[in-house]
Design a protein around this ligand. Sequence first.
Ligand code: PXL
Length: 291
Amino acid sequence: MENKLPKLKRIVAVHDVSGFGKCSLTVALPVVSATGVECACIPTALLSTHTGEFTGWTRCDLTDQMLPIARHWASCGIEFDGIYSGYLASPEQALVLEEVIGTLAGPDTLVICDPAMADNGVYYSGFDRAMAGAFRRLCARADVITPNVTEAALLSGVDYRPAPHPRDYIERLFDGLDRHAGRYIAITGVHPAEGVIGTVVRDRALGVERSAMSRALPGMFYGTGDIFASALAALLVRGADIGGALEAASALVRMSIERTYVRNTPRPYGVDFEGALPDYVRRVQELFAGG
Ligand code: PXL
């Protein structure tokens, strides 16, 4: 058979496995795959659930596995188009991740860092400013970073402000992050006005910003930052432009939230992204029509 398909792009997702609760690797794997990108993974920790609202979760740190996995892959000559990291078990793990990046990244590998450590003005369980320091370093090594408003404030040193988030506040966050970022900064969970939520992206190379906004539904939706970052990472690695990637990733999050809201799924259980994937795959096909 004639070889007419372009080379499959490959990402390694470096996140924890939270066995229940639909975040980190349990959403990165399906979302990256649905984008038509291969998803290898380096698990950073194994937990029974994510740490938001659940109590009594189990946790096994996998820091000591990360470099041996990366070195094995390097010895096999496996190459990566993207290295996409999220939740890390400890600040020390960020240093190990830098070594993993050094081991696996080629000159064209896109590095995407989601500094998953806090939300709604507070650190996730077990984290403190040492985690912000570690992510600051890692974000400076990344081409794309995807902090939420809380994480952007912690990384930049700007005060955290609950909603609404006026334009000048978001500009201060972007400016504060400027030293700690590569080409794209995507700030998620921005509420420019009551009832409106979305993501604002600054393209530092072109000096332009763009946003994708939707109607805000009440409550906290776990894992949506991971769904957004997974889609954005895979779309950019596959070669989408930032505008198309932002729209498609935001639509996936919006539809996942709407379905969860209508179905009234318990919030800590994660969002119904499964039912939103068919629409997402159609959008991806349209973005890459002919590619
Ligand atoms: O979705 C971010 C995330 C990932 N992994 C774990 C978490 C959280 C957020 O709470 O607890 C273990």
